[in-house]
Design a protein around this ligand. Structure first.
Ligand SMILES: Nc1nc2c(c(=O)[nH]1)N(C=O)[C@@H](CNc1ccc(C(=O)N[C@@H](CCC(=O)O)C(=O)O)cc1)CN2
Ligand SMILES: Nc1ncnc2c1ncn2[C@@H]1O[C@H](COP(=O)(O)OP(=O)(O)OP(=O)(O)O)[C@@H](O)[C@H]1O
Length: 191
């Protein structure tokens, strides 16, 4: 299973990094437009996001929404710590070369968060996600307080696929947004 996931990861990341920068930007902007117009985003006040790495969809144009509070992750050991971040605040390069908020910024608690925009390497039609292999989002969502927060997976359409290998700890996302559209909302029975 591990080997199979590694092979898939490598293929999807390679394909993403082969996107021409202007296509990457155009598709990213389309994803941001779709998100900005969806009810779950409009109604959310505090949203957890990410800083694009390895040509993940770039959310920068969303950060201009001034009526939102943003949270960004910092990898601390095997956990993610979420800091309240404003787009005017500097970022620092973290453990995996990903831009992270400063450790001094205040930490957000699950009870204050309305929506999580989840980065992914690929997502399948049942909303199961393949990530970089750290298990960070799966561990986060193992906690019932975090599991009940709505999640939207963010990927380019080429990485939205029929099926992916699933392991016991995998939890499906509530929706998926690609440059071609936002999927219908799925509410898990376990919530
Ligand atoms: N933009 C962004 N930020 C994010 C994530 C993400 O997916 N995207 N994360 C989402 O969780 C966390 C970082 N997770 C990561 C997990 C593993 C590796 C990594 O480099 N892994 C090794 C292989 C590990 C293995 O398979 O054992 C590698 O790719 O070489 C990078 C980031 C938090 N921040
Ligand atoms: N709920 C959990 N509790 C403990 N360990 C977990 C949990 N979920 C995942 N893990 C561990 O994390 C490792 C990586 O998981 P997986 O391959 O699903 O990562 P991923 O979802 O692709 O990565 P990421 O979330 O960082 O993008 C697994 O080998 C597993 O040991």
């Amino acid at each position: 299973m591990h080997q199979q996931k590694q092979t898939l990861r490598r293929q999807f990341i390679q394909q993403r990094q082969a996107l021409a920068p202007e296509v990457w930007q155009m598709h990213s902007d389309r994803i941001c437009d779709l998100l900005a117009n969806c009810p779950q985003f409009i109604e959310a006040r505090t949203i957890l996001a990410y800083q694009s790495c390895r040509q993940e969809p770039n959310l920068n144009s969303l950060f201009k929404a001034t009526d939102k509070q943003w949270g960004l992750p910092r990898c601390v050991g095997k956990d993610l710590l979420w800091h309240h971040w404003q787009p005017s605040e500097p970022l620092v390069t973290g453990e995996y070369g990903i831009l992270e908020p400063s450790a001094e910024l205040s930490v957000l608690a699950a009870s204050n968060i309305d929506l999580i925009l989840v980065p992914a390497v690929a997502i399948d039609f049942n909303n199961y996600r393949l990530g970089y292999g750290g298990g960070y989002y799966d561990r986060l969502r193992a906690d019932p307080d975090w599991r009940k927060i709505p999640t939207i997976g963010i990927i380019f359409d080429f990485a939205y696929v029929e099926s992916l290998p699933i392991e016991p700890w995998d939890l499906p996302l509530n929706a998926v947004c690609t440059e071609l559209g936002l999927s219908s909302w799925v509410t898990q029975l376990s919530c």
